[in-house]
Design a protein around this ligand. Structure first.
Ligand code: HEM
Length: 272
């Protein structure tokens, strides 16, 4: 790949590049908004990249900053107490970063000679931090295919769950998440998926619907570009939100809506 490729121009990831389980972060690297190699990414760069998909500076930093906290043992992360979406919103208003401390994907060896922390994109696949079982386009860490590589059969299934063939609605995506949960319950005996993982899962879709769609629908062609090519859907007509970026309250409202639509009951049967 020519070294001089302009920032913003899409190119497939170089063969030895580091990539993550997040199609949007990968797309930002494929457009040069993040280091194209996906290596030695600094927090300032990840934070700035969020602006390229129309996230508000606060919402972008709520995701980018805690990613550089230290990676926790997943066994402990799964013991955290689940809380509701609005409760999350209020605590975040008090201290936007504290709530996502379990998002840390960094390990202590990842410091440059000049003392700067960095991540390689593959670190985002650290299981139990942001990465969870039952993704839409990836299989689980306990499965042969692993939790980082896009799975073309799953992506096809997602694209075909559109009721009108043109766009995916919140209801279409809610039905797809339900179908994925049913499937993984069968396919992955080591499955770990509770309310906390579910909120993160719904949160990722809420981000996509808000940044690339109108919050209620998103064109199938955009989803195809994002997941199949890990490309921003500019050719398909997308332009980033400029005047009214996606902020915290919109985000939490959208997550709450999606969680309600998917309507999974996590209650354990009462023990006699
Ligand atoms: C600092 C910023 C971000 C980080 C660290 C991050 C990290 C991640 C990670 C680790 C996953 C994998 C979760 C899993 O399925 O196990 C993921 C998935 C996802 N992310 Fe991101 N992400 C970021 C920003 C964004 C943005 C801005 C969007 C959309 C506008 C987005 C959309 C998605 C979607 C749709 C998925 C689901 C993929 C799937 O289930 O197959 N992410 N993200």
């Amino acid at each position: 790949m020519p070294a001089s490729l302009p920032i913003g121009q899409y190119a497939k990831a170089p063969a030895d590049a580091s990539r993550s389980p997040c199609p949007v972060v990968n797309a930002l690297a494929n457009h040069g908004y993040l280091e194209r190699s996906g290596r030695e990414i600094y927090v300032e760069d990840l934070n700035a990249a969020m602006g390229h998909v129309g996230m508000s500076p606060l919402l972008g930093s709520v995701f980018a900053v805690p990613t550089y906290f230290e990676y926790h043992n997943p066994a402990l992360a799964y013991m955290r107490k689940p809380v509701g979406a609005w409760q999350r919103a209020w605590s975040l208003i008090g201290n936007p970063y504290s709530f996502f401390d379990y998002f840390g994907c960094w390990n202590e060896k990842q410091v440059t000679d000049h003392g700067r922390k960095y991540l390689n994109l593959v670190d985002l696949a650290s299981h139990g931090a942001i990465e969870h079982d039952i993704s839409l386009s990836r299989r689980d860490i306990g499965q042969e295919e692993g939790n980082n590589e896009p799975q073309s059969d799953l992506i096809k299934e997602m694209l075909t769950c559109s009721s009108d063939g043109k766009s995916l609605t919140v209801d279409d995506l809610a039905a797809f998440i339900k179908a994925r949960i049913k499937r993984q319950l069968k396919d992955n005996p080591e499955l770990v998926y509770g309310p906390a993982e579910h909120q993160v899962n719904c949160g990722q879709l809420a981000l996509m619907m808000g940044c690339f769609g109108d919050g209620k629908t998103i064109p199938v062609s955009y989803v195809k570009a994002i997941f199949e090519e890990e490309r921003l859907p500019v050719e398909e007509g997308w332009t980033k939100r400029a005047w009214w970026t996606m902020g915290l309250l919109e985000f939490f409202g959208a997550v709450s809506n999606l969680v309600t639509k998917v309507n999974v009951n996590f209650d354990l049967p009462a023990v006699a």
